[in-house]
Design a protein around this ligand. Structure first.
Ligand SMILES: Nc1ncnc2c1ncn2[C@@H]1O[C@H](COP(=O)(O)OP(=O)(O)OP(=O)(O)O)[C@@H](O)[C@H]1O
Length: 511
């Protein structure tokens, strides 16, 4: 049981330490009180650690310096708090697995995936009450039409809603949602924001937001956190200046042109050759009769930069999977790469992907954490596996092993990532950087950047964008936030279902 009149969390001169580590997570002790009538967002460079501390992680020193007065004393806060993070965990399977008819035993449909968390609910609801909660959560998150779908086949946006639903179904007393709007289109963002705003008091909701994200209207209080700890927490008015500082810091990075860097120093100039890189001539894709892409025609020419737009679930990943031959219907003569119609026997998965560099949330989600940063980038020279290349690799004809290693080292040095560090030990920012370098290292003919920069810090985004600007090759980028995609000249917008795609120039268009 909870007491709605008592504060949710009180930090009083609290030092927070990871278990078994002597060093505190923030040098400054934390003092903050969160009341049940307030609706908080946490922002700033170290917001995620602070959310973890709110969720009951880390040891508080002294023990009574962190308390949860709204909970009964016998309740362990971490057991009734749901911290839902999204930055790396998007879809739990590799792209090609989405389209296979065979399913692994652990694959489940959405209904089963959601019901599992009802079992872990600790609030003593009767089965009938649980059924009602389940139905209401499914309805509010608009998941009804997807219940029978395998979760691996859900789009990123659909999976995001599913994970929020799962967080809610475990009936937490406090739901901490870190960057819940990452990768969501504007319509889904506003639906989800409204829902999160209406949930309190059961559960209480605290958001983690990136510095430049708009703070939803329903948020009454904001805490700004950096490496030193809590800078300031208070009403929106009280922290207005601190929020402005965060935005100014970001702007100064984006207008700093002092890098004086050209990608040509690290990668050779892009080759000239056949002008038509991708030509898709009238393709329709449906899943169990449900049309996703309808009569799609699309031509991409050498050196063009395309922004692939569309709300969540409109078929962007499906379209990319046709290009990368991850989709069973990729073997279709209506898909031409370099004027060559796709045909089994003429091309294969390797010959197609030899010229494609690809960074995406799917690759991130399943990337082997045991590789070093150097090995991670080196896997960009192989196709169809995450193994570092052996002495002979698919671009061995173009680059010697020494030349490959030299290029990997210069990229890592330029982006300031430690070659020896294990992927699992890298920060989210450096993991994303390593995967970007992996996509570009072979100087591909086509570079696919699917949400590749989201989750990076501002400086890294700026550097990657500059790099791509300088590079000059053909690019297809996906991203719902303008700042997080490289500069593009053209766009194609998918509308899903029976609707035709729309194409045009990015200039003067609305993202
Ligand atoms: N194998 C499949 N079986 C059934 N439906 C599928 C399958 N794969 C994808 N879908 C559905 O097709 C639609 C398009 O999915 P896709 O992932 O291509 O969208 P998206 O535009 O990339 O979305 P997001 O921006 O959320 O990532 C979604 O409704 C998805 O649930």
């Amino acid at each position: 049981m909870t007491n709605p009149n008592k504060p949710l969390v009180v930090f009083q001169n609290c030092i927070l330490r990871p278990q078994h580590f002597a060093k505190e997570i923030f040098p400054n002790p934390t003092t903050l009180t969160i009341l049940p009538t307030q609706k908080w967002a946490i922002t700033g460079t170290d917001k995620t650690r602070f959310l973890e501390a709110l969720a009951g992680r880390y040891t508080a020193i002294p023990a009574e310096s962190r308390s949860y007065p709204f909970l009964e004393k016998s309740v362990w806060p971490a057991s009734v708090t749901s911290l839902v993070t999204f930055a790396t965990d998007i879809r739990p399977a590799y792209l090609s697995a989405r389209y296979e008819s065979y399913r692994e035993p652990e694959d489940v449909n959405l209904a089963t995936f959601l019901k599992k968390s009802l079992d872990s609910a600790t609030d003593g609801k009767s089965p009938e009450e649980q059924r009602q909660v389940y139905e209401s959560v499914v309805k509010r998150l608009e998941l009804e039409p997807l219940l029978s779908q395998w979760i691996v086949t859900l789009s990123n946006g659909q999976m995001r809603r599913a994970r929020i639903a799962r967080g809610l179904l475990s009936s937490p007393k406090m739901l901490l949602a870190d960057e819940p709007f990452l990768g969501l289109d504007p319509v889904s963002t506003s639906t989800l924001s409204k829902l999160l705003g209406e949930l309190a008091p059961a559960p209480q909701v605290i958001l983690g937001l990136r510095a430049h994200e708009p703070v939803p209207d329903w948020i009454s209080h904001v805490a700004v956190i950096d490496e030193s700890g809590l800078i300031k927490g208070g009403t929106r008015d009280e922290v207005r200046e601190n929020l402005q500082e965060l935005v100014d810091r970001r702007t100064s990075i984006f207008i700093d042109r002092s890098y004086n860097f050209t990608a040509a120093k690290l990668l050779p100039p892009i080759r000239s050759g056949i002008d038509s890189i991708i030509d898709i001539d009238d393709i329709t894709i449906a899943y169990k009769g449900k049309v996703v892409l309808k009569n799609l025609k699309w031509t991409v020419r050498r050196g063009e930069r395309w922004h692939l737009r569309g709300n969540n679930g409109t078929g962007k990943s499906t379209l990319l999977s046709l290009i990368t031959a991850d989709h069973p219907q990729s073997w279709n003569s209506k898909i031409n790469l370099f004027n060559e119609p796709r045909k089994v026997g003429r091309q294969n998965y390797f010959s197609i992907n030899k010229v494609i560099g690809h960074a995406s949330p799917e690759i991130h989600a399943i990337f082997p954490s045991t590789l070093t940063a150097f090995q991670t980038v080196s896997t960009g020279f192989t196709v169809g596996s995450f193994l570092p290349p052996s002495s002979a690799s698919h671009v061995a004809g173009i680059l010697t092993k020494e030349e490959q290693n030299k290029r990997i080292h210069s990229l890592l040095e330029y982006f300031n990532v430690n070659p020896e560090a294990l992927f699992s030990d890298l920060s989210l920012n450096d993991q994303k950087l390593a995967l970007f370098m992996r996509a570009i290292v072979k100087n591909p003919e086509i570079l696919i950047l699917d949400e590749a920069f989201s989750g990076m810090n501002d400086e890294s985004i700026f550097r990657c964008k500059q790099f791509v600007d300088d590079w000059g090759g053909t690019v297809i980028a996906i991203g719902h936030v303008e700042d997080e995609i490289p500069r593009c000249g053209k766009y194609i917008r998918l509308h899903g279902g029976d609707n035709l795609a729309e194409q045009g120039d990015v200039e003067n268009s609305v993202i």
